[in-house]
Design a protein around this ligand. Structure first.
Ligand SMILES: [Zn+2]
Length: 342
């Protein structure tokens, strides 16, 4: 098969479009012919290399995969060759208490496909059979490859962790990002008021179209001052944080008394400062959030299937142009998902 791999860490130039042996699935697994694969920041981290994370080389990235079942073992009952599927990007062992309680993301063997294993920048991918999910008919393969990772993350943050409801006001940072776009939509669906920060006029309009009630330009405006202004000095009930060092202090200060902050990332750096006085005197809660369970992803797929959530695809590149696609993401030129067509 053809695949895009890297044999060493580095910039986009280390990505090679090359011939690779077809993956050989075992009886727990299925083979999926990839039709589309969405990009995530995870792909850049894997390519650039992270301290303390060993990436097996050569490596095939790609965590958001849609495609067609190429092969399943004869004992498989739910899926057969030719079925159009989405692949759950998270893989738990399926047997431990955390997996069985629906908290796959806390499984000690938890891996993300395309990060801990080979992924979807390829014509074929080998996945656990239990990772297969039927693709909603109304979605194209590109749309179906654009949502699993970021939407299950946003769902886990807003529904499972912060338990957002109609009375809440939610501040979504970097609403132009994948998680941000997902969080605006999920928060709106839960009936919350949404304040979104974006980097320019176009993405602000995009966020408003998806349901944001107010937008703040995070380059030109002071987020904290604007939040106070918009909430009559009270602050927001929930902050969706994934920016890290650059926004962390402001995010805590933007919370109303009793507010909840949920974090799923630290794109600008992890060594943020926390003024503990805010935490105790204002009775704040901080939730860490990492991916989601299969059940949560199935809920999300249902919401896409009935049109309550909308896929936002920024651009589509052929597999050979994975380097160009990653460069677009690195430069933050996008609104929505960048997707590879295979
Ligand atoms: Zn497990």
């Amino acid at each position: 098969m053809k695949a895009v791999r890297f044999h060493e860490h580095g910039g986009p130039e280390v990505l090679r479009y090359e011939d690779v042996n077809d993956p050989e699935p075992n009886s727990d697994e299925a083979l999926v012919r990839v039709k589309a694969c969405g990009l995530n920041h995870l792909d850049l981290w894997a390519r650039n290399g992270l301290p303390n994370v060993a990436i097996q080389m050569p490596h095939i990235s790609g965590s958001d995969i849609s495609g067609v079942v190429e092969w399943v073992p004869s004992e498989e009952r739910m899926f057969s060759r030719g079925d159009e599927v989405i692949v759950n990007p998270g893989i738990g062992c399926g047997r431990c208490e955390e997996c069985l309680l629906g908290r796959d993301d806390r499984c000690r063997e938890y891996k993300i496909i395309g990060y801990g294993t080979d992924g979807g920048y390829a014509e074929l991918v080998r996945v656990r059979r239990t990772q297969l999910i039927r693709k909603p008919e109304r979605m194209s393969f590109e749309e179906a490859a654009s949502f699993p990772l970021v939407f299950e993350t946003a769902y886990h943050m807003l529904v499972t962790k912060a338990r957002v409801g109609p009375g809440d006001t939610v501040l979504v940072l970097a609403a132009n990002s994948g998680v941000g776009i997902a969080a605006v939509q999920v928060a709106k669906l839960l009936g919350a008021g949404v304040i979104a920060t974006t980097g320019d006029k176009e993405t602000a309009e995009g966020a408003r179209r998806l349901g944001a009630d107010h937008t703040i330009d995070h380059y030109k405006q002071d987020i904290l001052a604007e939040v106070k202004e918009l909430t009559g000095g009270r602050g927001v009930d929930v902050v969706i944080e994934h920016v890290g060092k650059a926004t962390w202090e402001g995010s805590l200060k933007a919370l109303a008394k009793g507010g909840r902050l949920v974090t799923c990332g630290a794109t600008t750096g992890a060594d943020a400062t926390t003024d503990l006085r805010y935490i105790y005197s204002r009775e704040l809660t901080i939730y860490g959030s990492y991916m989601a369970g299969m059940g949560e992803l199935l809920e999300v797929v249902k919401l896409f299937g009935n049109g309550k959530l909308k896929a936002v695809v920024d651009s589509v590149y052929p597999l050979q142009k994975a380097g160009e696609a990653q460069t677009r993401m690195e430069k933050s030129m996008h609104f929505g998902k960048i997707v590879l067509r295979v």
